[in-house]
Design a protein around this ligand. Sequence first.
Ligand code: THU
Length: 129
Amino acid sequence: MNNQELIKYALEAREKSYSPYSKFKVGAAILTRSGKVFTGCNIESSSYTPTICAERTALSKCVSEGHTDLEKIAVVGSLEKISYPCGVCRQFLREFGDDIIIISATSENNYTEYKLSELLPNSFGPEDL
Ligand code: THU
C-alpha cells in the first residue's frame, strides 16, 4: 500500500476523534508488514490524564490483534501545518522497531516521511533490557 492510501485511512480515522476538550482531532493508520491496516483516533477524558493519542489507539488495536510487525504509520492532525507524533507515542512505537516509517500528513498530497530512529535518536528499546 502506498503512502497516499495509508493517509486516506488516517483521515477517515480522524473523523472518529473524541476530542471535546482540545478540539484537536488526530487520526492514525498503521500498515503491518503482512499488509493489514489498523486505525485509531485520539480519545480524550474529562479527567484529562487518561487521554490517549491516535497513534497509541492504533498501536493498541494492532498489537492486541496479534500484529507486532509494523512497516509504517500515517498520522494526521488538525492544523494546516504538519504535526509530528508526541514523545510518548514515539517511545510506544519504538517497542516494535526503530525502522518504522512515520508519515506525518495534512492531506494525501502533503506529508513528510521519517524513520522512527530519526525522530527518536539514541533510543531505549527492548534490546536494552
Ligand atoms: N494527540 C495525538 O493524538 N497524537 C499526538 O501525537 C499528539 C497529540 C492528541 C492528544 C489530545 O487529544 C490532542 O491531540 C491535543 O493534545
